[in-house]
Design a protein around this ligand. Sequence first.
Ligand SMILES: NC(=O)c1ccc[n+]([C@@H]2O[C@H](COP(=O)([O-])OP(=O)(O)OC[C@H]3O[C@@H](n4cnc5c(N)ncnc54)[C@H](O)[C@@H]3O)[C@@H](O)[C@H]2O)c1
Length: 243
Amino acid sequence: MLQGKKFIVTGAASGIGKAIVKLGLQEGAEVIGCDLDAQRLEALKAEADSARLFTCKVDVSQYSEVEAFFAYIAQEHADTGGLVNNAGIYLGRNLLDYTPEEIDKVLDINIKGYVYLSQGFGRMLLAQKRQGVIVNMSSVSGQEGSSDAVYGLSKAAVLGLTKSCAMNFAPYVRVNAVAPTMTSTPMMAHIPAWRQQEYLEHQLTPEPLLAEDIANTVAFLLSGQSRAYTGATFDINNGCYLR
Ligand SMILES: NC(=O)c1ccc[n+]([C@@H]2O[C@H](COP(=O)([O-])OP(=O)(O)OC[C@H]3O[C@@H](n4cnc5c(N)ncnc54)[C@H](O)[C@@H]3O)[C@@H](O)[C@H]2O)c1
């Protein structure tokens, strides 16, 4: 499905991002994996052991770093056709306990990071009148609400960004979102136990979601097989919340 494709994944060094990188490589794609964590990127490189994986340390919340990243992409990987906006943080806090610095941090990474990367990618492809795809990582908590208000609002914002970019970048770049429920990754450790239980109770099928489940849907959205979709949100939630 992804043979011959080249795409960027943010938050590539862990969890869902890492599963997307591995699936892309397995399917014959070239992947540019970005993350804030240089050490884990090195570990990913060693683990994947592939000449089709390129890694880059980027803090998606810093405009200047994203700008420099796209200058590198234009120079070295001008044929890149996909972007997976996946990097994100979850602090698992009640709004009452948030400091102003924490609010900024979550919004800067989970919203501004997606805006910066989308802008850079959209500008590049539209200037060349090239077809491309963006997949944005939202969450069930952007649809149903989150016990962590700042995280929940950031994931709701991603759904709005997805629709707006689908309009702004048409007809060249298709833009879709995925909205997973709780998924087994290091991030899960921050979800309070009572909330984990609530999520599981809502599922119609009991198996916990794995990062690989999310990667499968993202791969479909990166491929030509999803050419009829743009501006759409894909629920990946074991029937957690039916709408
Ligand atoms: N795990 C879940 O239950 C779940 C459910 C729904 C949606 N999501 C979303 O999926 C995405 C991936 O989450 P995960 O569960 O794999 O988490 P994770 O913590 O395992 O991985 C997140 C990665 O993002 C990187 N990152 C953090 N800040 C960054 C920054 N400023 N710049 C670049 N990289 C940065 C981290 O270093 C890490 O490698 C997130 O957007 C998350 O909100 C997760």
